[in-house]
Design a protein around this ligand. Structure first.
Ligand code: A2R
Length: 313
């Protein structure tokens, strides 16, 4: 199987390269010219805002499958830069879909990576969220990802293209940016252990319940959806068991080498925090046999160790 991963310079890309190449796939990966990619793959440079470059790359690589990861993926940046977010996540996706529609090779499977954020303001009692639940995005990033998924469905139906949509819930692991909660807590603890800050960890809302999956499990789900997912369908990817952020904090602190005080930081509280977000993962299990296997404790331990190593460098 020959895969092309578009947007492989980010957090998930490196893990997906490893997952696919260890499964024996021939992996091609693209990143922006400003980025680098490490791993067992052929590297290309691509900006998805340049449609002709996508066409040229497709005709050069002739992949069997495309993973479209390229995005402006930050919710907070999406509030500050809505036009840029819509351009990359919506127009960029249309560029990819149009290039595919016109490609010399017609039977390319495309996996569009969306987000659990697409469900947005969910009605009470809706959890666990099944793929049939209506989408009600609560921020600009989520709206662009919902739009990406709708475009995928439209292209699949109208042009009989082979497209699978993914709604990935929170994922985490070593190398994730500290704007995400597990990485944030682990970085703070590693800095405290190294004496770079007072033994005080700053936290936001600890009562919210969220569903976390290790990124190494997530990319396995992406591979299996590439192999077995049904065309034109959307799939939740998540553990299917939400935990309180308090549980994450307690676990991180239980691994810390010294006692740490907890301080609530009003800047980290969000006005419209939804109490519980949890996916129903029966569909992906039924169609691919995938379920999350790596424990949250393992993810947290590995992320903390990664920060400890990085701060030593
Ligand atoms: O924004 P940067 O410089 O970090 O680059 C991101 C890249 N990207 C682009 N690639 C090609 N053409 C563009 N016009 C363009 N704009 C941005 O896509 C970054 O290297 C990559 C996305 O990676 P991350 O932001 O690290 O996302 P992550 O965590 O790897 O998630 C993969 C996908 C994304 O579509 C998320 O929205 C979704 O999974 O959850």
């Amino acid at each position: 199987m020959k895969a092309l991963i578009i947007g492989a310079g980010g957090f998930v890309g490196g893990y997906l390269i490893r997952e696919l190449s260890s499964a024996g796939w021939d992996v091609h990966a693209s990143c922006l010219p400003t980025e680098t990619i490490r791993g067992n793959c052929t590297v290309h440079h691509l900006d998805i805002m340049e449609k002709d470059s996508i066409t040229a790359l497709l005709n050069n690589v002739m992949p069997d499958i495309i993973y479209h990861l390229a995005a402006q993926s930050s919710v907070s940046v999406s509030w500050k830069k809505p036009q840029l977010t819509a351009e990359i996540n919506v127009i960029g996706t249309i560029n990819v879909l149009e290039a595919l529609r016109e490609a010399e090779k017609k039977d390319i499977r495309t996996i569009l990576i969306g987000s659990g954020e697409e469900y947005g303001f969910i009605r009470q009692g809706a959890c666990p969220l099944s793929e049939t639940e209506s989408l009600n995005p609560g921020n600009i990033y989520a709206a662009t990802k919902a739009c990406q998924g709708m475009l995928g469905e439209i292209y699949a139906r109208a042009y009989k293209m082979d497209i699978v949509m993914v709604r990935a819930f929170n994922h985490s692991g070593p190398e994730q940016s500290e704007i995400f909660v597990i990485s944030d807590f682990c970085k703070q603890v590693a800095e405290i252990e190294k004496g770079m800050r007072e033994p005080v960890i700053c936290v936001g809302n600890l009562e919210a319940m969220r569903d976390f999956t290790d990124v190494r499990d997530v990319v396995k789900a992406y591979r299996l959806l590439g192999e077995k997912g049904k065309s034109g369908q959307a799939y939740n990817v998540g553990r299917g068991r939400a935990v309180k952020i308090q549980y994450i904090l307690d676990t991180v602190l239980s691994f810390a080498e010294k006692p740490i005080e907890v301080k609530h930081d009003p800047k980290r509280m969000r006005a419209s925090d939804i109490p519980l977000i949890e996916p129903d993962v029966a569909k992906i299990y039924a169609d691919t046999g995938w379920k999350a296997e790596i424990s949250m404790e393992q993810t947290i331990r590995d992320t903390l160790d990664n920060w400890r190593t990085k701060l030593k460098e």
